[in-house]
Write a protein that binds this ligand. Structure first.
Ligand code: ZN
Length: 220
């Protein structure tokens, strides 16, 4: 563990990550390519036995215990990406319009009603493949909320943020201070915005189409 430079949790900002060797310990981060995914492989001394995989800033990150050799990295990357994809497939299958609507009701009661007791309830909440560059949209006249199907691969707390964002638009149409005040009780707004920014960069790298800067804007 001596000389380990712990980068766990640090966001990766550069567009191209090159393999980097820590001269103190020989620990390294390296980039692998697995069926269309760019996979950053790291050692994490806090992982004694288990490998982990997660998405971070548009990249897939695999963390391995320090004892795993460079020669084993590609094999680990392939196994872990297969696991991630199976997990995301199960997750997508469980994400129906019905569960989304139920989630919206729970979020409205938990986070919105304590601040805005008269916040309108949505009439319809559903997934949509026609959201273009937006993560979500809200039509206040019909109290209809749509979420981009691209969010189905995201963690629940990110989907929750977009849902709550659109629910708050049933109260406040613009991105005003009053609007952001409605999200004050949701603890992961900043984190979710960061996640979406990274996820957007990852999608853009694959498709060349960046998502909107704000959850539900068409521009930029
Ligand atoms: Zn908005």
């Amino acid at each position: 563990m001596n000389g380990w430079r712990c980068d766990f949790g640090l966001p990766v900002h550069t567009a191209n990550v090159r393999p980097r060797v820590d001269p103190m310990s020989g620990d390294s981060e390296s980039v692998h390519h697995v069926s269309g995914e760019t996979v950053l492989v790291r050692r994490n001394p806090r992982r004694r036995r288990n490998a982990a995989i997660f998405r971070e800033n548009g990249r897939v990150v695999v963390e391995l215990p320090p004892g795993v050799s460079r020669a084993e990295e590609q094999g680990w990357a392939e196994r872990m990406v297969a696991r991630l994809r199976a997990h995301e497939k199960r997750q997508r299958a469980g994400r129906s319009d019905e569960t989304l609507f139920a989630r919206a009701r729970t979020l409205r009661e938990t986070y919105l009603l304590p601040l805005a007791p008269h916040a309108p309830a949505p009439v319809s909440v559903a997934w949509s493949t026609a959201q273009g560059r937006r993560w979500g949209s809200c039509t206040s006249a019909t109290r209809t909320i749509r979420l981009s199907s691209r969010l189905k691969e995201c963690p629940q707390w990110v989907i929750d943020y977009v849902l709550l964002h659109e629910l708050a638009h049933l109260v406040e149409s613009g991105h005003t201070p009053a609007f952001w005040a409605l999200l004050a009780r949701y603890p992961r707004t900043g984190e979710a915005k960061g996640y979406l920014k990274g996820y957007s960069a990852g999608l853009a790298a694959r498709s060349g189409e960046p998502m909107a800067r704000e959850v539900d804007e068409n521009g930029h």
